[in-house]
Structures are given as C-alpha cells and as structure tokens.
Ligand binder design. Structure first.
Ligand SMILES: C[S@@+](CC[C@H](N)C(=O)[O-])C[C@H]1O[C@@H](n2cnc3c(N)ncnc32)[C@H](O)[C@@H]1O
Length: 301
C-alpha cells in the first residue's frame, strides 16, 4: 500500500505553526536565478522537514541533476545543510554555474549591459549551439539568456512572444535584471560551501561521501524529452540510475513523475506518492513521487 501525500501535506511544512512546532526556519523562496520546468523551489520547505526528521542536519547534500537547484539552495542558505554539491551534465548550464561561482563580476556585467531583443536571442542561441569558439562566461551567459527568454525556460524552445514578438508576453518579461543580479550575488556569497560538477549523475552518486544525503530529481520519464531535449533519459538509463541508487548504502531521496516504470524500478524502496502537479505548456501533466531509501522516514504531521 502506497501512502498518498497530497499537495496540502507538502505545503503544510511552510505553515507557520507546523514550522514553529518542529523548529523549522522559514526558507528563502525563489533563490535560483534559473527558470526550470518542474523546478523544485516549492519542495524546499518539505526537504528541510525531511532532513530534520532523519537527523541529517548539517550534512553535505549532493544534487546530481541540479538544473536550477531551486529546492536545495534555500537549505544551504538557512544552514540546514553545511555544504552543497550540485551537478548537471548540460554544458551550457555547467558554464553558467561555473561562471556564477568563479567569474561572478563578469557574469553580472554581461547581465547588466545586455539588450534583450530578438537579434541577441539569435546571437546567444548560436553560442549555445556552437560553444567551441567561446569562453566559459560567454557560454554560461548565453545559456542564462535563453533560460530567461525562452518559453518555459527550455533551452531548445523558441522565445517568449515568438520571433515576431507579438502578444501580451514578450522576450524580456522574465528578465528583471536587478532581481536576477541580487540572486546571483546572494548565491556567490555562499560559494565556499558550494561545489559544482558536470559529470554523469551515476558517477556523482557513486563517488559521493557515505554520510552525504543524495537528493536526485532526474529528467521526467514521460515529458523528459520535450523538456530537456538531449539531456533526457530513455528507459534503459532510468533503469541504470535505479541500479546505481539502490546499490548505495547511503541516504537518498528521489523525486519522479508518477508512472508505472518508476513503480516497477523502485518497488520495495519506500515509495510515497505526493501530489506536486507541475505545469507544462499550460497542461497539467501529473503527480510526482517521492521515493526514499527504506531506512529513511518521511516526516509525519
Ligand atoms: C528535472 S531537471 C532538475 C530540475 C531541478 N531539480 C530544479 O529544481 O531546477 C533534470 C536535470 O538533469 C540534467 N541531466 C540529464 N541527464 C543527466 C545526467 N546523465 N547526469 C547529470 N545530469 C543530467 C538535465 O540537464 C536537467 O537539468
């Protein structure tokens, strides 16, 4: 029997009384400068409760599919975890995170001075697709530019408002420079506690320390190809990841879309269904699962 934990259950950990009772701090929302379809910012308060429930506060958290790291940066900011290892195999995204952590000033300069229009969109799309001739910060900024100007933040999608720039929402509507630079400065202030890697997630999981907590949010089974294009998984890769994860005697927690393949791969582990509906192209896609290694427990209300 799989316990169903609905959205109100997950949201309740942000409730003032529940937080007070459990000694949970209020986490900073929207820390990530990146937009991510299926981004896990809304999960941060639950992750904090999960960490406290399992007495893992102060641990190193490893996020092998980090994307915008929206769910885990607030944990570091609040001191719930001591260090954060973020990893993503997307080369443009990797250049962005490396630039943020090691070349902050130049990245900020590029954000501050760029003009947000279709000509530049084409220019940065070319850089993203042909990165060889460009520096790390140029590629990182190009990835950031596309993430902020494309539909749903998807790197391979078209610009908001289309190439003709028509409609109520245009290319610059998600590009509030002041706010985005603030977020980048804030994350850079935590850089001594952040390690970025750009390796295959299986390798990152295998090489992580025995006492770290792995929080993995792999590409979705159903919508993965539409959202992450070449950085998605086929069934065999989902299976390989499940073998990697299940062979660990480490602490791990996974979020996934609620599809039969994932039930088959992880039955026997502690599967909990949570209703975290996510929205793609205005269509409600589905529920998500939270799966934890069987020796960890989900926080109860
Ligand atoms: C579901 S997203 C993560 C979203 C993230 N949790 C957030 O809140 O922004 C999955 C990420 O996995 C990355 N990815 C895909 N295959 C990978 C692999 N083999 N190793 C590491 N990262 C991979 C993709 O580039 C994508 O950014």
């Amino acid at each position: 029997m799989i316990p169903l934990m609905d959205k109100p259950y997950v949201d309740s950990f942000a409730n003032h009384h529940v937080r007070k009772e459990r000694g949970l701090p209020k986490l900073k929302g929207n820390m990530s400068p990146l937009r991510y379809p299926g981004g896990k910012g809304k999960l941060a308060q639950f992750l904090a409760a999960f960490i406290l429930e399992n007495e893992l506060q102060g641990c190193e958290l490893v996020e092998p599919f980090c994307g915008g790291a929206g769910g885990t940066l607030p944990l570091l900011d609040a001191g719930i975890i001591n260090s954060l290892v973020i990893n993503d195999i997307n080369t443009g995204l990797a250049a962005f995170w490396r630039s943020l952590l090691s070349n902050t000033e130049e990245l900020i300069y590029l954000i501050d001075t760029c003009q947000i229009d279709i000509n530049n969109w084409q220019h940065y799309k070319n850089i993203y697709l042909n990165p060889e001739k460009y520096s790390e910060v140029e590629l990182g900024f190009a990835a950031f530019f596309l993430n902020r100007t494309n539909r749903s933040g998807m790197f391979h999608a078209g610009p908001i408002g289309g190439k003709a720039q028509q409609g109520n929402y245009l290319i610059d509507c998600r590009f509030n420079k002041v706010n985005l630079i603030k977020r980048i400065v804030h994350i850079a202030s935590l850089k001594d506690k952040i390690t970025f890697r750009s390796d295959d997630a299986n390798e990152v999981i295998n090489s992580s320390a025995n006492d770290s907590l792995i929080y993995a949010d792999p590409p979705y089974v159903k919508e993965g190809k539409n959202i992450y294009s070449k950085y998605s998984f086929n069934d065999l890769e989902h299976k390989k990841l499940s073998n990697t994860i299940k062979s660990q005697s480490k602490y791990w927690l996974l979020s996934y879309d609620d599809v039969p393949l994932i039930h088959n791969l992880y039955s026997g582990s502690g599967i909990n269904v949570i209703e975290l509906s996510y929205v793609m192209n205005k269509a409600k896609v589905g529920r998500e699962l939270l799966i934890a290694s069987s020796f960890l427990s989900m926080p109860q209300l």
